[in-house]
Ligand binder design. Structure first.
Ligand SMILES: [Zn+2]
Length: 426
């Protein structure tokens, strides 16, 4: 196999303090990160002007878990993701500030396309976005500080539901010559992962503290002609859950393997988006949030919370030029980070890129854990990772991917090896 040499792993990082404590502690916090000034929004190159208003507020939510000397900081941020140098910048700041090993931080984003572009680029970032990014940095530090100041023993429950909010977007159409082409549309027959995964975190008094949930869909309901700030599907679902359950419950949401999954609706051109209520994301966010609440109602017994173990690896894969269908001899390797957290019967698997949904489903299916939660846009965003068979079909995700055919299979194999190692570890 030509790519055998690519299965070399670099920066294999084991956190210190593997020995677990006797119990799991948790601390939780939420900060409003809605921009105070108009900003450029991230996700569509066509949008050149600044945002025109706020539909719903954006938040960053933090869960800190600790057992003995091991800890993990799990952050969900209502932005599109941490692209380019912004990921390492924020990870460095938080790691230094809180003396973290690389495996102890999962800085994640819900991938809403109606949030400010996070940028450090003084050359082409709008001054308001640069200011926003600087403020976000300070807020994230305070967010973690706040969660760490509120640590107390916790118990966990977990459950699963199902939601139709996401649909496969890889749709075939025929060009003027009758040739099949792949574009971003709606393909109800395509692969999709309807699973809604939920972890409930309660105090020793059984009172709910946090609801960590995950669902594979792009938060792109509002589309490319929207200029109003919104958390879109994930952000509105988070807010629905928090309002339904009441304070102090936090509901950090995470995007699963959603590279080829869009929400069922996008805003129609005739719908007025300038003022007030925008039906589609509110409807879909509510539906998704309600399913999370439904899963919580069905939960019964607490599960094992220990051991708490963390791993981080950079998996080297065959790369290709973005915009080209295939690799070339000069194409450098491409890597993707995987951050893994075991809490007893549960494992969180965070990837610094956009996995297409089948990859997440395969990892979940083959995982030895009771609950395996795939998180994308975690500690970076290297681009789309499609499974090998989709390279024959091409399409947006394949063309723009920095990975060559076969990369996903390397990532799946290595991820499952890590999960199996963690499963037998104590
Ligand atoms: Zn995306």
């Amino acid at each position: 196999m030509r790519y055998c040499t690519f299965i070399i792993l670099i920066s294999l990082v084991f956190s210190t303090g593997i020995s677990a404590g006797d119990f799991l502690s948790g601390g939780f916090s939420r900060f409003n990160i809605t921009p105070e000034k108009p900003v450029t929004l991230s996700g569509y190159e066509s949008r050149k002007v600044l945002s025109t208003g706020i539909h719903d507020s954006l938040y960053a939510r933090c869960c800190v878990f600790q057992s003995g000397a091991e800890k993990v900081i799990l952050i969900s941020t209502d932005v599109i993701g941490f692209y380019g140098e912004t990921a390492s910048h924020f990870v460095d700041i938080l790691s230094k500030q809180f003396n973290l090993q690389p495996s102890q931080l999962l800085l994640c984003a819900i991938h809403t396309h109606s949030a400010p572009r996070v940028t450090l680029n003084e050359g082409n970032g709008h001054p308001n976005n640069l200011e926003y990014t600087a403020k976000l940095e300070k807020k994230l530090v305070k967010l973690v500080e706040s969660a760490m100041s509120d640590m107390a023993p916790v118990t966990l429950k977990t459950g699963n539901g199902s939601s139709p909010v996401g649909v496969n977007r890889r749709e075939v159409y025929y060009d003027e010559l009758g040739n099949p082409r792949m574009w971003i549309g709606r393909n109800p027959d395509g692969s999709k992962d309807r699973e809604v995964q939920v972890i409930c975190v309660s105090g020793k008094d059984e009172k709910l503290k946090a609801v960590i949930w995950d669902y594979a869909v792009h938060s792109t309901c509002l589309g490319f002609d929207n200029y109003i700030i919104s958390g879109d599907v994930h952000g509105l679902a988070e807010q629905f859950i928090e309002r339904y359950l009441g304070p102090p419950v936090l509901a950090p949401g995470f995007a699963g393997a959603s590279g080829d999954i869009d929400p069922w609706y996008r805003v129609l051109p005739e719908i007025e988006t300038k003022n007030g209520w925008i039906p589609e994301p509110v409807l879909l966010g509510t539906l998704l949030g309600e399913e999370v609440v439904h899963v919580i109602r069905k939960m019964k017994n607490s599960i094992n919370t220990l051991p708490l173990l963390t791993r981080k690896e950079t998996i080297i894969c065959p790369g290709k030029p973005q915009g080209e269908p295939k690799t070339t001899p000069e194409t450098p390797e491409t890597s993707i980070n995987v951050s893994v957290v075991r809490m007893g019967d549960i494992v969180l698997v965070g990837f610094g890129g956009e996995l297409l949904c089948e990859i997440g489903m395969w990892i979940k299916q083959a995982s030895p854990f009771k609950q395996t939660i795939i998180i994308t846009h975690c500690n970076g965003s290297v681009g789309y990772l499609p499974p090998r068979h989709l390279y024959h079909e091409s399409g947006y995700e394949v063309l723009t991917s920095p990975f060559a055919s076969g990369a996903a299979e390397i990532v799946i194999k290595r991820t499952l090896e890590i999960l199996n190692q963690l499963y037998i570890a104590e």
